[in-house]
Design a protein. Structure first.
Length: 429
């Protein structure tokens, strides 16, 4: 199966049958340590995972970790940034976890993080954002933020269809656009680079389905489609339209959409539309609504309680993730998962990057990867281990035993290192 790696001899594979995961008591889970602060964070996080599993299951369950390479460590050891074996491991063992990987800006290799998502078709990037009591925040009511972002993870400008200024490719594309497509508004055709933004109906529908299934399972109240459809009509605007259509077509008895609201309003007036929405809410239906991305970014600050589950395109989701994370205390406790709900493939990872200036200092907050592990345990159905970790984290914050990012904003805090924060959590389990 592998060209160069040797899989652990102990442990079994997680499999999927009829859409349901079969998780053995000793699953093999591939992990990527990550670049920059990745090794510090991984070493801290894995100790918390092991201690939580041991405490929850007293030896009945155990993870067989399988290190796979990507990024700088892979390049230094194999000459490849993302060896085939690494992809094979994630394909074969279904569920994995990773630290952040560096992407150079303005040139060099394309994102390995994005490549992994695309290669494994992990179409939903799921990033829950909630407040933990006591965490320092720049806003007055961070506790009102309780959202789960479903970011489309396989399309949009992240598809990497981009041509650099001055190249033969860009010249060819620009002349095609101007001469054959009638594009008259490329302001500086001689010196433009061009990026292309594919957004499809299938891609939108599977993302919105995943978000709606989650909204239903978790008894959440609304799903908001966030888009910039006023400007990018056939990509972002189409995302909104396709989102409403799939919601109405496939979840008719469970949702009430603002598209329905508008139709009732046009036919019968505002009072009738308001009544229809009120009736739907009273019947426990999920309200599917939409908002333009710039307005959304101001409303998450002014009216966060109005937003619940969010479905959005790739770039919007990237921006929104960091903005919302900041609102509840920062990127140090912002977890995430990249999931294909059909094949069961999932790779869990923090929202933040490699934070290179802190690499090797044993300093940063491992909370995001630790909470990504919590999401992984929940995905596996190991809720007891997940709950133990969340309680331990809440206790550590309550005790004001925190890493630098929280300590610098908290009065009376004890600043601990990345590894010591893991120690504190393990003590609190
Ligand atoms: N999925 C992935 O693997 C991702 C990879 N990246 C990559 O990471 C590299 C660096 O990106 P950059 O834009 O600097 O963003 P980062 O998220 O790596 O860091 C930005 C800032 O966020 C804060 N921060 C990040 N991680 C933590 C943590 N664990 N604990 C506390 N604070 C933290 C720090 O803030 P402060 O300075 O205030 O202390 C840091 O300087 C790039 O190559 C980028 O492409 C980026 C995002 C995701
Ligand atoms: O791949 C990268 O380097 C950045 C990705 C990113 O910012 C994200 O997924 O949130
Ligand atoms: Mg990002």
């Amino acid at each position: 199966m592998f060209e160069k790696y040797t899989a652990p001899t102990a442990g079994e594979k997680i499999t999927i049958e009829n859409g349901k995961l079969n998780v053995p008591n000793n699953p093999i889970i591939p992990f990527i340590e990550g670049d920059g602060t990745g090794p510090d964070i991984w070493n801290a996080s894995v100790r918390v995972f092991e201690a939580a599993v041991e405490k929850a299951y007293k030896g009945d369950k155990k993870i067989e970790w399988f290190e796979v390479l990507a990024g700088e460590k892979a390049f230094n050891q194999t000459g490849e940034w993302l060896p085939n074996d690494t992809l094979t491991a994630f394909r074969e063992f279904l569920v994995g976890i990773k630290g952040p990987l560096t992407t150079p800006v303005g040139g060099g290799i394309r994102s390995l993080n994005v490549a992994l998502r695309q290669e494994l078709d992990l179409f939903a990037c799921v990033r829950p954002v909630r407040y933990f009591n006591g965490v320092p925040s720049p806003v007055k009511h961070p506790e009102l933020v309780d959202m789960v972002i479903f970011r489309e993870n396989s399309e949009d400008i992240y598809a990497g269809i981009e041509y650099a200024e001055g190249t033969d490719e860009v010249k060819k594309l620009i002349s095609f656009l101007r001469e054959e497509m009638g594009a008259k508004k490329i302001r500086f055709p001689e010196t433009s680079g061009i990026g292309i933004k594919p957004v499809s109906k299938e891609g939108t529908e599977r993302l919105v389905r995943a978000a709606l299934d989650y909204t239903i399972q978790q008894n959440r109240k609304s799903l908001t489609l966030v888009h910039k459809g006023n400007i990018m009509k056939f990509t972002e605007g189409a995302f909104k339209n396709w989102g409403y259509e799939v919601a109405e077509r496939e979840y008719a008895d469970k949702v009430f959409t603002w598209a329905q609201y508008d139709r009732i309003k046009d036919a019968e007036g505002t009072a009738a539309a308001n009544q229809a929405q009120a009736d739907a809410e009273a019947a426990g239906k999920i309200i599917v609504k939409d908002v333009i991305a710039d307005a959304f970014l101001q409303q998450i600050l002014t009216r966060p309680a109005e937003y619940d589950v969010i479905a959005t395109l790739n770039l919007n989701g990237d921006y929104i993730s960091d903005a919302l994370a900041a609102q509840v205390g920062g990127i140090g406790i912002a977890p995430g998962a990249n999931i294909n709900y059909v094949t069961g493939h999932a790779v869990f990872e923090a929202t933040h990057g490699t934070a290179p200036k802190y690499a090797g200092l044993d300093k940063v907050n491992p909370g995001s990867v630790i909470l990504s592990g919590v999401m992984m345990f929940e995905f596996l159905g190991w809720q007891e281990a997940a709950d133990l970790i969340v309680n331990a984290l809440e206790k550590a914050i309550d005790q004001k035993t925190v890493t630098y990012d929280f300590a610098r904003l908290m009065e009376g805090a004890t600043e601990v290192k990345c590894s010591e924060f893991a120690d504190a959590l393990i003590k609190n389990l």
